[in-house]
Design a protein. Structure first.
Length: 313
């Protein structure tokens, strides 16, 4: 597969996951602001912006409208939903021969319906826009699962999705840890990750913060947990570059994933909250290192599209 096509598929996976996760996170924050009459709008908006790494002026008050423009509607910012969907569309247009026609139709339809959906959302509130994004992301994911061959293109798309999922979950947990007074509670955080029902059906007892954090980091069966996504990403890399050597050649991406997995595998889940301040920066750094290693090994040498606050991707 040509490197430019592999890169396009990788970023389609990342962008669609980014749009879906951002819509879930914004929805949970908006609900908090609507339901809590004592909510500090400025502090809550700053907490939300910090998840996506968007720096704001400490002296200028931040409104909900400002926040929605920055992380939902802005098509020029790849950290925003609009920008992520635009990025997915542009990459799909460059790789139409390597995705199914149904996947292309889904992204093309989403691209053309987004401005009308945004116009309605600005008048009626962001809920319709966020629901539309989540539904279209789910449709694209379903079409990908059912219409794409499990070849190298599939592996690159799944690899991108997994890396983005790891990063977004770590960012959400970081915001909850740092800005606990203004972030959604732990059960709302589960809803933002699409993990509420899976968590409640698990064998764990109670809804304590430590158990929620352990579930989102360590659960081996839930596809949005960090450990599950790390395993998926490693499996994709192994499929893309299998080796029969007795002493494997260094693979920087797999080495970074292995270090993060080992750290999580042997951690004490009973004291997860106390270890989050050390774990979460390590996980985010792992995402940057893996992205750099993947780009250097498989893609043309060009600057990757990064989050607003990142300088190392």
């Amino acid at each position: 597969m040509l490197s430019r096509l592999a890169e396009s598929l990788y970023w389609i996976g990342r962008y669609i996951e980014r749009a879906d996760d951002t819509a879930r996170i914004v929805d949970s924050y908006v609900h908090r602001m609507v339901e809590d009459p004592l909510n500090n709008e400025d502090a809550t908006c700053r907490s939300l912006l910090s998840i996506l790494g968007i720096a704001v002026d400490a002296t200028t008050p931040i409104t909900v409208e400002d926040t929605l423009q920055a992380i939902v509607y802005d098509e020029e910012n790849p950290s925003a939903i609009g920008g992520a969907l635009r990025g997915a569309f542009e990459n799909a247009r460059r790789s139409r021969d390597h995705i199914s026609s149904e996947m292309w139709i889904c992204l093309n339809t989403t691209h053309h319906r987004l401005p009308h959906t945004e116009m309605n959302a600005r008048q009626m509130g962001p809920a319709t826009y966020l629901q539309f994004v989540r539904e279209r992301a789910a449709l694209f994911t379903g079409l990908t699962e059912s219409t794409l061959s499990r070849d190298d293109g599939w592996q690159f798309l799944m690899l991108g999705r997994s890396i983005e999922r790891i990063d977004m979950t770590a960012r959400l947990l970081t915001a909850r840890l740092v800005g606990a007074d203004h972030a959604p509670d732990w059960l709302a955080l589960l809803r933002a990750c699409g993990a509420m029902e899976a968590f409640l059906r698990s064998a764990r007892q109670g809804h304590q913060p430590n158990e929620v954090a352990a579930f989102l980091l360590l659960d081996r069966l839930f596809p949005r947990s960090i450990l599950y996504a790390l395993n998926t990403a490693d499996g994709c890399l192994l499929e893309l570059h299998p080796s029969n050597e007795r002493i494997a050649s260094p693979d920087l991406a797999r080495q970074s994933l292995a270090r993060a997995r080992s750290r999580l595998e042997f951690i004490d889940p009973e004291h997860m909250i106390d270890q989050l301040p050390d774990l979460l920066p390590m996980i985010e750094e792992t995402c940057w290192q893996v992205n750099d290693a993947i780009s250097a090994k498989f893609f043309r040498h060009a600057n990757a599209v990064v989050w607003s606050s990142e300088g190392a991707l």
